[in-house]
Design a binder for this molecule. Structure first.
Ligand SMILES: C[S@@+](CC[C@H](N)C(=O)[O-])C[C@H]1O[C@@H](n2cnc3c(N)ncnc32)[C@H](O)[C@@H]1O
Length: 198
């Protein structure tokens, strides 16, 4: 992974480094971490092996979750987007395992948001089709685990500018909107290449 601060301007800094080794984020400095880590589903990343054993995947997750814990302020929060479970190459309870690991590290549990992506149409695995012998149960949802370090209530008094409707919508623990499609990602990539070439 390239080691550098990629962008730095006024209040925005983009750091392009390995989360496990970077020293560019001071401890106890972060209010909110929102992350969608690798899912270990064999996506071809440039710098990360996304097809490791489930045990190694949980070890890796324990390491970066521990780093995040150090970076958070006492009233800092972590919103972690992960799959509910894993259905390929052996069923696994991904959401439950991440919650257990996070609690062992010291995070406190706040809630789990269920994100209904509605992607059941992409489903290909049925197990034993039309038979009770070994059917697969597959939920078209992902999770957003909401965890925090010590205090859920924010210590600093600041003005909230959320609208009534936004507050009602986002505190409802069932979200329903489509996820990013590969088509859109590819479009974005070709758009970025065009900008670079210009
Ligand atoms: C599921 S993707 C998230 C993509 C992101 N939500 C987005 O829309 O671009 C996981 C990301 O974690 C990155 N990653 C993997 N290992 C990492 C590490 N050790 N440090 C920092 N990032 C890492 C991968 O390169 C990949 O971009």
């Amino acid at each position: 992974m390239k080691e550098e601060i990629f962008f730095n301007h006024e209040k925005l800094k983009i750091i392009c480094e390995d989360a496990l080794s970077t020293d560019k984020i001071p401890d106890e400095s972060v209010d909110l971490i929102v992350t969608s880590p690798p899912y270990n589903v064999d996506i071809k990343y440039n710098s990360h092996d996304d097809k490791i054993t489930y045990e190694k995947y949980l070890e890796f997750s324990h390491k970066w979750l521990s780093k995040c814990f150090k970076w958070l302020k006492d009233d800092g929060r972590l919103c972690l987007n992960i799959p509910l479970d894993k259905n390929k190459d052996g069923q696994q309870s991904v959401g439950a395992d991440f919650t257990t690991i996070a609690k062992k590290i010291g995070y406190k549990y706040h809630s789990t948001i269920i994100w209904n992506e509605g992607n059941i149409s992409r489903r290909t695995a049925w197990g034993s089709w039309l038979s009770a012998s070994a059917p697969y149960v597959i939920a078209p949802v992902e999770l957003i685990l909401v965890l925090y370090k010590k205090d859920w209530k924010k210590n600093e008094k600041k003005e909230s500018d959320i609208t009534r409707q936004e507050f009602m919508d986002w505190t409802n623990g069932l979200w329903a909107f489509p996820g990013q499609s590969k088509k859109i990602v590819n479009l974005n990539e070709s758009f970025q290449n065009e900008i670079k070439a210009a």
